[in-house]
Design a protein around this ligand. Sequence first.
Ligand code: DP6
Length: 320
Amino acid sequence: MRATAIAQPNIALIKYWGKRDAQRNLPAVGSISITLNDLFTEMRVEFDSHLAADSLSINGSADEAMLPRLSACLDLVAGEPRSRARIVSRCNFPIAAGLASSASAFAALTVAAAAASGKSLDAEALANLAGRCSGSAARSLYGGFVELESRDRDIAVRALCGSDEWPLCVVVAVTETGPKAIGSTEAMEISRKTSPFYSSWVERQDEDLNAARAAIKDRDFEQLAVVAEHNCLKMHSMMWASRPPTVFWNSVTMRCLETIRMLQDDGVAVFFTIDAGPQVKAICLPEETDNVRASLASTEGVIDVMVTGLGEAARLLDVA
Ligand code: DP6
């Protein structure tokens, strides 16, 4: 059977970093994210009993490097033993560069694989499966503002507010296009094992989650800005203090932060967040988008600027 699904990446405002159970890929902390609109990953999964092995193509080229992780996702979703599968992926933004490509990829793959193996699962079940493959992917099963709660044995994911209920905009400043030096999974384990700040990061996450949840409920942009920037800087500080240190930023990342500080000083409603890569995501009110885009585009060293609104949950496109 064959199915195609599409998912948008999401960007965490309150970050997931660290695992309570690496085997089951359970996050050590809860997180809150926004699902994006204009970036996407489409996945077609076709199970075929005549195939000897799984295969993967991304944007028309065969890809061996990502295949083992995608095959493991198929094992989990379809169950073993299973027929081998052809996986065909299309993605309209750089992969593994800190733009949450694994979130949209595993969300889309989970939805497509469940349908192609004849399983009818609700969003919560799909989110739990996607989260086993990549923690952030669980959040792309929902649209708008999404909270992921980390529980002892599983996760609970829910939408806090729809994309049309508080339509913020995101401007992504691309500061480097190559793949990042270290993946999140590995870097998280280094933080957990060696950073002197890891335990306080985990212990104090609820404070930030509470503040962000309240800000979203009240549509309080300033409050959300303060807590999101704090949470992002706290996560990166923890990584910088690990051994070996994990530093995802480059000098252009820092320059983008200065641009955003200048805009804020001029009264522009914008704040930044940075994930496991050197790109800077500026979140702003829709009326500030042109200003923020122009300011980041003219920041020295910025390679490209992408603009997106908030988007919807991962969904099935067709099944045959
Ligand atoms: C910094 O979801 O990529 O983007 O579960 O190991 O696949 P794995 O990690 P991943 O980590 C995302 C980290 C982050 C923060 C976030 O999205 O919450």
